[in-house]
Design a protein around this ligand. Structure first.
Ligand code: NAP
Length: 301
């Protein structure tokens, strides 16, 4: 079997077409959606990620506010900036690009972001919301994976889904979101014994370990759906995922490429969460109440 490709770039593009209409509607009602991106230090990968996010804002008509600080900036100064952004009505989403320099307490920074503007979904309130199935802002990468599966017509209910990687930003929230959609979920991590014993039973295999070549064809069930979240730069400059794409595509039924799979979806879901926040703020202005606000159903047509 040769797998069909799940084209994250094309799915993102279709989603973003719908975003423009939502932005126009918001602007008609006096709200111009805005995203603030804070970057501290000079990490070259972070600069690329921030650049992509700002470019996506421009493409969708979202105003971006780029706050770049030198690496030696104090935690107190970053917290002060976040407090200002929390009360700025032009800003509907606040994102702090990770990693942060080691003298800054990441948790303290993430908890300082207003829950109502936490478009990355990393605040404890939103993380807790995932556990009970009603988070305001689902974290962007797992949310992107969920949309890739839904758009491809893959229902996870009742399926054996194996998630390789248990980080706070990808693996754990991914597992919670899948559980909410009634999948049977196994989570593997670096201390998992005999990884292949778990991956081989997966109807859907989601890999987010940051280890190029970790998943080889012998570890994959014939006809499985394989989602590769990994982004790794090889010494020769090539960007690859965690899955041996050429080998595994001969066994899988569907597979995501790297690049062009999950990556573009992550940025798209960030814009989705920013629009969601602006729509929610508008609802609050009109109704003076968030209670009956419902997140829109995303469509790619
Ligand atoms: P992370 O914080 O380093 O976490 C990696 C996870 O993988 C950990 O839970 C670790 O286990 C587990 N792991 C490491 N080696 C393993 C092995 N040999 N077998 C099984 N599990 C193993 O990384 P992350 O932030 O979650 O990111 C993971 C990958 O996704 C990276 O390549 C990153 O660049 C990529 N990523 C992509 C996007 C996107 O938009 N496509 C977004 C975010 C991240 P322990 O918990 O036991 O250490």
């Amino acid at each position: 079997m040769t797998a069909q490709l799940i084209d994250g770039k094309a799915i993102s593009k279709r989603l973003r077409v719908g975003f423009r209409t939502r932005v126009e509607k918001l602007i008609e009602q006096g709200v111009s959606p805005g995203l603030a991106v804070i970057i501290v230090g000079d990490n070259s990968a972070s600069r690329v990620y921030v650049g992509n996010k700002i470019k996506a804002c421009e493409e969708c008509g979202v105003v971006s506010f780029h706050h770049a600080f030198p690496a030696e900036t104090s935690e107190a100064d970053i917290l002060a900036d976040i407090r200002n952004l929390n009360s700025d009505h032009k800003v509907h989403g606040i994102l702090v690009q990770l990693p942060l320099p080691s003298h800054i307490d990441v948790r303290r920074i993430l908890e300082a972001i207003s829950v109502d503007k936490d478009v990355d979904g990393f605040h404890l309130y939103n993380v807790g919301g995932l556990v009970v199935g009603n988070t305001i802002f689902p974290p962007c990468t797992p949310y992107g994976v969920q949309l890739l599966l839904e758009t491809t017509g893959i229902d996870v209910a009742g399926q054996n889904v194996v998630v390789v990687g248990a980080s706070n930003i990808v693996g754990k929230p991914m597992a919670l979101m899948l559980l909410q959609k009634e999948a049977t979920v196994t989570v593997c991590h670096a201390k998992t014994r005999n990884l292949a014993q778990h991956t081989i039973i997966a109807d859907i295999l989601i890999v987010a370990a940051g280890k190029p070549g970790l998943i080889v064809p012998q570890m994959v069930k014939e006809g499985a759906i394989v989602i590769d979240v990994g982004i790794n730069r090889l010494p020769d400059g090539r960007i690859v995922g965690d899955v041996d794409f050429e080998g595994v595509k001969e066994k899988a039924s569907w597979i995501t490429p790297v690049p062009g799979g999950v990556g573009p979806m992550t940025v798209t879901m960030l814009i989705e969460n920013t629009l969601r926040s602006a729509e929610r703020a508008l609802h609050l202005r009109k109704e003076n109440d968030y209670q009956d606000w419902e997140a829109p159903q995303l469509k790619t047509e």
